[in-house]
Design a protein around this ligand. Structure first.
Ligand SMILES: [Zn+2]
Length: 315
C-alpha cells in the first residue's frame, strides 16, 4: 500500500501524482502560509528563498539515550548511523570514474547518546543535533499520519543551516529494525535515511523511487538506499570541489543537555545578531486533507516557524 506523505510547501497538488522525471528539490528559506504559498517550478521545487545548506563538510549528531520502546538502544543507534552513512561521502562522478576525491563534501560524526530529548536551537548557547523518539505522544499536526519530523534552523537570509533535529513518531507507528521481511513494519532505517536528507537541506522529490519521495509504503525497505536522484541532490548541495572545512562542533559549541530555561519546546525562529533572522524549517505535515483523513504515515515534518522568539506558529 502506498502511503502518502506530507508535501513540501506549495506542492500539495503532487499528491498521488508522482512523476518519474529526475528532479530533486532543495529546501529553501521560503515559508508558505495559507494565503501565500511559495512559488514552485514544474517539478514542484520551491523557487523562492535561499537554498539551505550546511557550511561545514561534517556534521555531528547524537541519539537521545532512551532510544525507543521495544527496540534495543544499541541497535537503534546502529540504524541511525547507517542512515547517516547513506549520505556520507557519496560518489558524484559517473559510474566507473569515481575516485576517492570525487565525493560529495558531506560526512557525519556520531556522538555518544545524550540526555536531551527535545528539538531546539539556542542562538546564544550550546547546541546539539539530536535524533529522538516520541514514544508516548506526538504533538504535531498530522498526528497519526506523521512518521517523523525534521526541524532545521537556518539563517533566513543565506540559507545556512545552524541546527537540525529529527523526531520519530513511535507513538503512532511501530518502527522496526529487523532484516526479516516478515517482521518489518515501519522500517526505521528507511524512515531515517529520508529524514537525514531533510537534515542536510533536501526537500521532497517528485521522483517516486527516490529516498526523498514524499511517501513511504510499509513494509518497504527501498528507501534505505539512495537513488540517482538523491545522489544528484547531495552532490548539488555539497559538490566535491566545494571549499568547506570540517567542523563537527554545533553552533555555539556542543551540549548534551537541553536548555533548562527554555519553556517553549520545539524549534523556533531566532534572531541572529548581525546576519538577520533565522527560521526553523520543517515540512508541512497533515496539510493535505486527504492525508489527514486517512491518517497515513508520513516521512515528513510539520513546518514550524516563529515570527518572534518563543512563539510558535505551525503552518
Ligand atoms: Zn519528508
Amino acid at each position: 500500500m502506498r502511503r502518502t506523505l506530507a508535501t513540501v510547501i506549495g506542492i500539495v497538488g503532487l499528491l498521488g501524482a508522482a512523476r518519474d522525471a529526475s528532479a530533486f528539490c532543495r529546501s529553501t528559506t521560503c515559508r508558505s502560509s495559507g494565503t501565500k504559498p511559495c512559488a514552485v517550478d514544474e517539478n514542484g521545487c520551491p523557487t523562492e528563498g535561499a537554498k539551505l545548506f550546511w557550511s561545514s563538510s561534517c556534521i555531528s549528531y547524537a541519539m537521545n539515550e532512551l532510544g525507543t520502546q521495544d527496540l534495543d538502544p544499541s541497535e537503534t543507534r546502529a540504524v541511525i548511523k547507517k542512515a547517516f552513512q547513506a549520505w556520507s561521502d557519496v560518489p558524484c562522478g559517473a559510474p566507473g570514474k569515481d575516485s576517492a576525491l570525487n565525493v560529495a563534501t558531506m560526512t557525519f560524526q556520531e556522538r555518544e547518546p545524550v540526555s536531551c530529548k527535545k528539538s531546539e536551537y539556542r542562538k546564544d548557547g550550546r547546541n546539539l543535533n539530536v535524533i529522538l523518539f516520541q514514544d508516548d505522544d506526538w504533538k504535531y499536526r498530522g498526528i497519526g499520519g506523521t512518521i517523523a519530523k525534521t526541524s532545521v534552523t537556518y539563517n533566513d537570509e543565506t540559507g545556512e543551516i545552524y541546527d537540525a533535529d529529527i523526531e520519530v513518531n513511535a507513538a503512532n507507528n511501530t518502527v522496526t529494525i529487523t532484516e526479516d521481511p516478515r517482521k518489518i513494519e515501519y522500517d526505521l532505517r528507511s524512515i531515517l535515511t529520508h529524514e537525514v536528507g531533510h537534515f542536510i537541506g533536501i526537500a521532497h522529490s517528485p521522483q517516486s523511487s527516490a529516498v526523498m519521495f514524499e511517501s513511504y509504503s510499509p513494509p518497504s525497505t527501498a528507501q534505505r538506499k539512495l537513488t540517482a536522484d538523491d545522489v544528484a541532490a547531495v552532490c548539488a548541495i555539497y559538490p566535491p570541489n566545494r571549499s568547506a572545512v570540517c567542523n563537527v562542533e554545533p553552533r555555539g559549541g556542543f551540549s548534551a543537555t537541553c536548555n533548562p530555561n527554555d519553556s517553549s519546546p520545539g524549534p523556533c525562529a531566532v534572531a541572529t545578531a548581525g546576519v538577520g533572522a533565522a527560521g526553523a524549517v520543517n515540512e508541512p505535515a497533515g496539510t493535505s486533507a486527504a492525508l489527514v483523513m486517512v491518517g497515513l504515515g508520513l516521512l515528513a515534518a510539520a513546518r514550524v516557524s516563529c515570527r518572534t522568539k518563543r512563539s510558535r506558529r505551525p503552518s
